[in-house]
Structure formats: C-alpha cells, structure tokens
Write a protein that binds this ligand. Sequence first.
Ligand code: HAX
Length: 429
Amino acid sequence: MSALKEKLASQIDSLREDAKAIITACGDEKLSEVKVAQAFGGMRGVTSLICDTSEVSPETGLLIRGIPILELTNRLPEEIFWLLLTGETPDEGQMRSLHEDFISRSEVPDYVYNMLATFPLDSHPMAMLNAALLSLERESVFRKRYFEGMSKDEYWEAALEDGLNLIAKIPAIAAAVYRIRYEKGGLIPSQAKLGWGANFARMLGIDAPEEEFAKFMNLYLTLHSDHEGGNVSAFSCATVGSALSDPYYAVSAGLNGLAGPLHGLANQGCLRFVQGINERYHGVPTDEQLVEYAWETLNSGKVIPGYGHAVLRCPDPRFIAFHQFADKHFKDDPLMLIVDKIYRLIPDVLREQGKAKNPFPNVDAISGSLLYQYGISEFRYYTVMFAVSRALGLVAQLVLNRAVGMPITRPKSVTSAFIKSKFSPAVKV
Ligand code: HAX
C-alpha cells in the first residue's frame, strides 16, 4: 500500500466518526438562512457546504488546511496535494512514496494522444483537455468496482485510485494539448522522475531557463490548487461526484466550469486587458491614462478582469505571491509595470464606480502576465495550466467526500411564481 493510501486509511474511521458526531451534536443548528435575493443571486453568501481541504477567509484569503497560502509558496504541488488530503505535510519518506506512485501511473494511453491529434486547430484548449480526461474514463477503477459491487466503505479507495491516475497523467495530457493545438512539433517524452510540476514545465517545451521556469511552474501549480468548496469548479465536481459518477466525469465537469470567463478563463482576459493598455499608450501609461482606460472599460459594460471576487474582500494572497515573484524576476518589464500600476489605481476606480463588493485583485490579475514573460503567448492555453493545478483540489475534495459518505447533492428549487405568491405583499406583480 502506498504511503498516502496508508495515511488516509488510518484517518478514515475518525473522519467518519467526526462527521457523525457533528451531525448528532449540532445537526439542527442553522449555518445560514437563504433570502430570495440569494436564491436569485447564485447562492452568494449561503453557507451550505462542507469542505475540509481549504477555506477562503474574506479578509486574508486562501488557507490550506488552516495554513495561509503565503506560508506554502516554497512547497511542491505534490506536498500540497498530500496536505489537502490528509491535513498534514508529508515527511521525506512519504513524499518519496507519493513521487514514485505518480511515476508509476504517469503513462498516458496512446488513444488519448491520437484523439487530441484529430481536433481542429481552432478548438479551445480547455475543450481538448476535458475531452482527453473524459476519454480516459474507460480506465476508471471506481466505475469498474462499483459495478462489481464494491461496498460504500470502499468508495474512497476507488476514488483515490482514479484520482491518482488522473493527477499523474494530467501534466503529459496538458502538455500534449499545448504542443498539438499550437503546432509546436512532436510531443516531449515525460520524465516523471523530475517531479510533477518540473516535468510538466519541461514537456511544454518552452524556451526559458529550465530551473527558473520549473520553479515558477511549481509556484503556479501550488497557488491554484484549491479554493474551498463553493467555487464553480469545486462545486460542479462535487455535485457530479455525489451522483457516484466516477472521478473522470466529476473532475472533467469541474474543469468545464473552470473554462468560464468569470472563473478560470479570466486569466486570459486579464492579459488582454494589460496588453490593450500597452498597445494604446505604447508602453506604461500615465496614471491619468490608465484611469481613463479603466473607465472606458467599465462604461462599455465590461468588467475589469482580474479584479473582484465572490468571497474575498482583500487583495488575493495568491496575487501577492505572484507579485513577489514578478518583483524578483521581472521588475522592470513594461507589462509587469502596467500590472503594478493597475494594482495601485484600479481599486479606487472600482470603489468610485461603487458596484464591485471587492475592488482588489484576484490571482488572475497577474498570472497571465507572468506566463507571458516565459514566452507562453497563447492566451487561450492559460486556463489549461490552471486546470492541471485545480485537479489536485478537486480530487482531494472528491476522495474526502466519498470517505465520509456525502450523499447526492440535491437542493430544492422553487418557481418564481411561488416566490411572488408567498411574498406577494412585497412584490408588485
Ligand atoms: N469590474 C467591474 N465590475 C465588477 C467587477 C469588476 N472586476 N467585479 C464585480 N463587478 C460588478 C459585478 O459585475 C456586479 O455588477 P451588476 O450588479 O451590474 O451585475 C457588481 O459589481 C456586484 O458584483 P460582486 O458581488 O462584487 O461580484 P460577484 O460575486 O457577482 O462576481 C466575479 C465575482 C469574480 C465574477 C466578479 O468580480 C468579476 O466578474 N470579476 C472580473 C472577472 C474575474 O476576475 N474573474 C476571476 C475570479 C477569480 C476566479 O474565480 N478565478 O478562477
């Protein structure tokens, strides 16, 4: 048994007992109430999910298992995966075991590459990634064991099997999407022993200093790994997984959500915004010019990409981590100077407009501009890199959900006619 499986196996009983004890002790307590505006408003602020892998504090941002993300920026993404799942950081032996486990599972079947090669070249890279993950569903251990009659207590093990296989293979698949979709030449063979992030960096075949780019990629993959349970990708993945659809279906569903412009796709929009400024003003604009550009964007009914957040009410610490990295490596680059200036000036513009509840940058305000520094100029690919990282959190959440026996997700809906009739005194019909 791998060290990770052994570790989880030792925790499962207490996870289940904890969940039961909590429900017995305070199952009738209220977590939140739902107002009509919230039902019409994407359930914003309705506390109704359990997620132990990470939480997002409005005031300080992402905590992974209670640890602020800024304290984890030197960790490898594999360590973060272990932490997300077990609540502990792995020791050297455990890391070695996880590393070997990923190596042994990393080979991608040829049919996946063959299918990717048939995609028209104007396909979106996220559609290619998700199609590839779905094609791997035929390998699902969870589905096979489910139909062989596996007991409920074993669901987590089968979900972990699929999850580990998916995570071990996703870097090579994502790199293949890049090289095929953008006609970069042949695929670069995997060297899984380099480590999960460094191998991904290498397989992309980017012309950048290898060690520095690998370091950047590890940071990127760590920062995007998880963001509690209610964001579109996590919630979609958990919902699909709750029907006992196997992890290939569930993770791919989550990543389809990540492909939306208000979620993971914002990183490509943000770099376009920064470049638009660069082109209009032939370099770094004056403060007045930048503010003018921001108002033009807002007045034309668009959002400022990379700013605002459904939960955060502070600068996203993931933005801060990238900003620190940029300061170290690309301090005087014009695009980074524009990113900096936006950070300094846009919050006041958004405050003045008075709509966005959070006027501060989120992670997407800078991630694309950094990828661009390394010569990755294919905007549409950026969300694929986000997806590679987010697979860590989605799998961790799925495995834990199956471990504690989370039932099928099924909130109740009502019709708008019901709301009108129930609250008619308050509604002019
Ligand atoms: N620029 C302009 N207006 C904004 C804004 C921004 N950056 N952020 C929010 N607003 C507007 C909203 O569009 C909304 O306007 P309407 O009332 O006219 O509909 C109003 O402010 C209130 O919105 P909110 O409650 O503050 O924000 P939401 O929770 O509804 O939405 C979003 C959160 C992240 C979707 C939003 O802030 C946004 O569209 N930001 C720009 C896109 C972006 O950066 N997305 C990435 C988010 C991080 C992420 O998930 N990455 O994967």
